[in-house]
Ligand binder design. Sequence first.
Ligand code: M6R
Length: 606
Amino acid sequence: MCGIVGYTGTRNVKDILVEGLQKLEYRGYDSAGLAVHNGYLEIVKSKGNIDELRKKVIDMHDGTIGIAHTRWATHGEPSERNSHPHVSFSGDLVMVHNGIIENTDELKSRIKIKGYKCVSDTDTEVLLNYIDYKYQNNGKRILEALQDSLADVVGSYAIVIIEKAHHNRLVICRQGSPLVIGYDETGTYVASDIYALADHTDRFVFPDDGDIVIAGNNGIGEAFTSTGEAKVFCEKRYVIEDRGAGKDGFDHYMLKEIFEQPKIVSELVSGGINFESNIYSAKEIDKILEKIERITILGCGTSWHSGLIGRYIIEKYARIPVNTEYASEYRYRDPVITPGELVISISQSGETADTLAANKLAREAGAVTMGILNVRNSTLERNTDFQLYLKAGAEIGVASTKAYTSQLVIISLLTAYLGRLRGNGDNVSELAFSLQFLSGFMTEALKLSGVIKSIAHKYSVSDNFLFLGRGFNYPSALEGALKLKEISYIHAEGYPGAEMKHGPIALIDYHFPTLAIVTDRENRSKMISNIQEIKARGGKVIAFLSSDDKKTTSLVDDSLVLPSVPDVLSPILTAVPLQLFAYYIAVERECNVDQPRNLAKSVTVE
Ligand code: M6R
């Protein structure tokens, strides 16, 4: 989380920084700030989004070197005082930071006895002052100061520093948090991701963990590895796809992205499986996949939900054992990793800190690693053996919608591919065949948006919600609940239908509605029993049904009838009304749909 942009060169830096921040706002939007070195250091900050900062920047003097930051708070509330850039105690250094410093207290007490004081509540200022302390002790030589100080730091960081004494160089370091450096004939850029630099250059280098780079107006001046050896970077050229070109007449990006799904699904299905890799040829990948004996799927949030459905689909159709785990748990629980097992990391952004770390752990233990990704040129792309791309286009709404359904389609296609490769062709033929019709059914589901809106209107006053589903649709219940809570701030819980009796049923009363997902045939009768148990206790039930279900409508308070599809595809179809339901409730409650409070699109801290 947090977005960083910096530039040194011959251009006016203010526009580069503000436009860059705007593109990075998905990383955090609590507050923002910007520093320009015009011979002296001029800093502006504002609470809230970039538009607030933009107003203040107009009055700043122009300059040709600067750094900027959009914040997602970790230490200290969102406020101007806590926003970046921070200035060091001596006034010699100004810095922006993305990441979390875990030994802040220890560093703080070390500099406190040297007379250092902090004015903010942030870990960033402590880190900066620690660097400053070493800077003063090393004759104001920044390289030595960083080598001396960063060895004592525990945590993750991407930092960019400007020294008061140097108005044509940026000092750049990273450990665990992403940074990319770009350059053109006018100067050198740095940012948290390449989208912030897409309008300026197609020439990039990617610092590794522990690297320290001193960049001047003509690109990288000096670079060192974590062990102090001089480093030469290999330049990469990327032409960046357009990112989020407007709302196309929709009120919110989220709504636009929900409506884009049929087209994306149709293109994905007709495109089939296309592995990308810098390491293996397509034939080599097939050989690996023919032999794998087990699969682990890793992800966070919505990507974990699609991984859960992936487990159901791959096991049922391709008959390979699958374990799906929260990346954040896997990375710390000392898992048994079998060399040669396939570890699939699912991540829209490819930058989620826990997913990156879990993938790294698996790779180092000898697993074959694969990424299911949307954003190109991500850290996860560089750290996996091969990748499958969602091709969903930029997802701007913080709530994941089209990336989720695309992940499910890719997993379904992968399952069919694995099945055929491993001699289970008959088993997967129904799956492969029915995928072709999915896009049309999603279009039908979108036509129900008026009905969904009126149900949402009726239930928008509820403070709690239970989402129930079974089998393939148990993860759908989790995803429906997540969508609702993240954008409407309603407390919602997702449960497998059968588990309701083991606790959650105690919550049920007239004011605690349940959304029951009954769109798959295999679990229908069992879900109906669960619905009856809720009705017997006075609970309200909304049911999402399929058109071949003639009975359930009469049992529930409100229902939505979706086209009937094979069970395996029902989570993909059901995702559409679940997303719309959350969306319309959030709109009804006047919530900020695209930028919900406390959230960021890409969770780059653990
Ligand atoms: O970029 P990723 O797919 O790795 O992100 C994982 C989660 O942070 C993400 O899915 C999050 O849960 C969404 N905001 C949910 O809508």
